[in-house]
Write a protein that binds this ligand. Structure first.
Ligand SMILES: Cc1cc2nc3c(=O)[nH]c(=O)nc-3n(C[C@H](O)[C@H](O)[C@H](O)COP(=O)(O)O)c2cc1C
Length: 181
């Protein structure tokens, strides 16, 4: 079991035009793949064109989303902070699946004026209900010091060790939880 490589999905939580989320997701992926300890893939919620839960009779996007989530043992949630919480796009994507989330692990990378801390803490409450075990270490990026003009991502080097520590914890819990699924 211990030699099996975990599959980790890096979920980009924002979908608005002009979002910075993809830059942050790409940074997470680039650092993660260098570790060679798991399969890391980007999962962009925007690509699934998820309708607001229950509003469409076309289930194609929701089915694809659920199917895709089944491929992963753990997740990194990359989230901005909207009105002191997670963006509606991420909440809707979380609500749009159930079993594919259960008994998996997650780490959080957030960004905002105070590191997206309020969004990250709200996210932890939601993850508990979905039976996703979120690891302690959290990467909190500042819109003031990790971005230029709130638009170009230039992370300070201090975040590197935190990101790797978060991934270390995520892999251990992803492996542990695979044994009960
Ligand atoms: C609707 C909305 C609400 C926001 N509310 C907050 C907030 O409460 N706290 C915060 O730190 N930043 C807030 N911001 C600023 C975001 O942190 C910033 O725009 C960030 O780039 C959003 O992520 P995105 O570019 O990936 O969409 C808000 C932005 C939007 C669009």
């Amino acid at each position: 079991m211990s030699n099996i490589k975990m599959n980790i999905g890096i979920i980009i939580g924002t979908t608005r035009e002009g979002r910075v989320g993809p830059q942050v997701g790409q940074w997470v992926k680039e650092i993660a793949v260098l570790r060679k300890d798991a399969n890391y893939e980007l999962l962009d919620i925007k690509e699934f064109k998820l309708p607001l839960l229950g509003e469409s009779t076309d289930k194609t996007g929701v089915e694809k989303w659920n199917q895709r989530l089944m491929d992963f043992d753990g997740f990194v949630f990359v989230t901005g902070e909207y009105n002191h919480s997670i963006p509606a796009s991420l909440k809707n994507a979380l609500d749009s699946a159930k079993e594919p989330w259960n008994n998996k692990a997650a780490g959080i990378v957030s960004y905002g004026s105070v590191g997206g801390a309020r969004a990250a803490e709200h996210l932890r409450g939601i993850l508990g209900e979905l039976q996703i075990a979120d690891v302690r270490t959290h990467v909190a990026l500042s819109m003031f010091t990790d971005f230029e003009n709130w638009s170009t991502f230039k992370p300070q080097s201090l975040h590197l060790s935190n990101l790797n520590e978060m991934l270390d914890q995520l892999l251990v819990w992803s492996k542990a939880l695979k044994s009960i699924r």
